[in-house]
Design a protein around this ligand. Sequence first.
Ligand code: SAM
Length: 285
Amino acid sequence: MENLVSAKNTSEVIKRHDFSFQKRFGQNFLIDEHVLNKIVDAAGICGDDCVLEIGPGIGTMTQRLCERAKKVVAVEIDSKLIPILSETMSLYENVKIINADIMKTDLNKLFEAEFGTSDVKVVANLPYYITTPIVMALLEQHLPISQITVMVQKEVAQRMQAGPGTKDYGALSLAVQYYADTYIAANVPPNCFMPRPKVGSSVIRLSVRKHPAVDVENEKFMFELIRAAFNQRRKTLVNALVNHAALSCSRDEVQSALRELGLNENIRGETLDLRQFSALANILT
Ligand code: SAM
């Protein structure tokens, strides 16, 4: 099967199958070989690897993954792409295509059925409308994932990697960095896709930690506290937390916790790092 990753070959496959792009599925197919290599290299795929691909499209990246990995499972929502994938993937024996919505898939069951006890690498050019929920689902469900290498909107990659005191820093940065080390492997312009998206993209690799970055007694409470802190970014941390009903913390409690941590009472949430948020959560829990 001819290499799909070019505008010419992608157009040819699409025309032959009379396929039309579905905007609602975030379909922007990769047509740049250099970028394709960047993703697969950043993921460091080798012969022992089990790979989950989300949204294979016409199989452009799936082919490359199959050439390098032991097994590839690709979950595609659009049933119109299934006959195309049957053709483009016909020469590969280490691939399984599943026609399903990844957001409605029981990930624990899928991993157990397809990969047994092996560690899994997730690789995807993600449909942008589900980037955050799917990345968080993959991280939060404590699945046997060693690494997630994904193409996302550039701005989302920057938010995932941002540190305290920067404009991009927020609840997503802390949530991702609690579970994983982040590395932006490439920035990718719109002309590398068909059709062209309106925004720039980045390839980000999340290396999942064996243990979360900090010790926290109640994860749920810490993330609620983080959400509260960034919900009202302009307020002081004390005001943001006291006004957040779900936390039920009194002003005195928050002020005394900040004093215990050696933090100023007028501090804003956006200046605290993950360690400080976890320490604060542990005191207030
Ligand atoms: N991997 C291909 C490539 O790089 O050319 C296609 C990437 S395209 C950005 C996103 C793909 O995800 C599309 O094939 C789309 O149909 C599929 N998709 C969208 N929503 C999905 C969902 N909820 N579950 C599974 N696949 C989905």
